[in-house]
Design a protein around this ligand. Structure first.
Ligand SMILES: N[C@@H](CCC(=O)N[C@@H](CS)C(=O)NCC(=O)O)C(=O)O
Length: 208
């Protein structure tokens, strides 16, 4: 995999919310990059040439001789290394809140992530009504998201500039909205506005 430039390793079904975050980041920074699609079901994430990514998960980003996985680490790396539009807020408290939102979405809300997997959203996988555990998780998500959205300076972004935290929050809300689950109106408005961003739509509309 010795290669110059940027290479995003993605999965071939284009359903990964973590690939979406990096896809969005690369587009916001207006970076030229190549994509290598791999089949997770065939175990290609464990191929020897991807061992340098350390986690055998996508997304992975190859930047010249450096390889990184973990989407939020990749977003921060791109933000620090490349000029252009910021990916995270520049003010310390906003930046910390954005990181909090991103980490919360990646580490919590498991029942939503399982029962409203991105396959249900992007591939039409059938759903059942939310379990009590998923309803609890949705309540927790709505309370946290409503508090952040209520403080937001605009309807289509959480902070003083558009960020990847917006995309992450819209993605987790869309798991519910897109499946017809009840979501409070201000959160639906926020998620719908972020979903319309061209770099989100280019992922949503990607051939599957
Ligand atoms: N915390 C990681 C999660 C990445 C992740 O779980 N990716 C999934 C695809 S959505 C994956 O590569 N799964 C392959 C496997 O577990 O073998 C991130 O934010 O990048």
């Amino acid at each position: 995999m010795a290669k110059r430039g940027l290479l995003l390793v993605a999965e071939d079904r284009w359903t990964s919310p973590y690939v979406l975050a990096v896809w969005a980041a690369l587009h916001v920074k207006k970076l030229a990059f190549e994509v290598r699609e791999i089949s997770l079901s065939a175990g290609e994430q464990r191929a020897p040439e991807l061992h340098a990514g350390l986690t055998a998960r996508v997304p992975m980003l190859f930047h010249d001789d450096f390889v990184l996985s973990e989407s939020s680490a990749i977003v921060e790396y791109l933000d620090e290394v490349f000029e252009g539009e910021p990916l995270l807020p520049t003010l310390p408290r906003e930046r910390a809140r954005a990181r909090q939102v991103m980490h919360f979405i990646r580490s919590d809300l498991m029942p939503i992530r399982e029962e409203r997997s991105t396959e249900t959203l992007f591939l039409g996988k059938p759903i059942a009504p939310l379990s009590p555990a998923a309803q609890d998780a949705a309540g927790k998500l709505f309370r946290a998201a409503a508090a952040v959205v209520a403080e937001a300076p605009a309807a289509d972004r959480l902070f003083s500039m558009p960020t990847i935290a917006d995309v992450d929050l819209a993605m987790v809300l869309m798991r519910l909205i897109g499946n017809g689950d009840a979501v409070p109106e201000p959160l639906t408005k926020f998620a719908t506005a972020v979903w319309a961003r061209p770099y989100v739509q280019s992922f949503v509309q990607h051939v599957r």
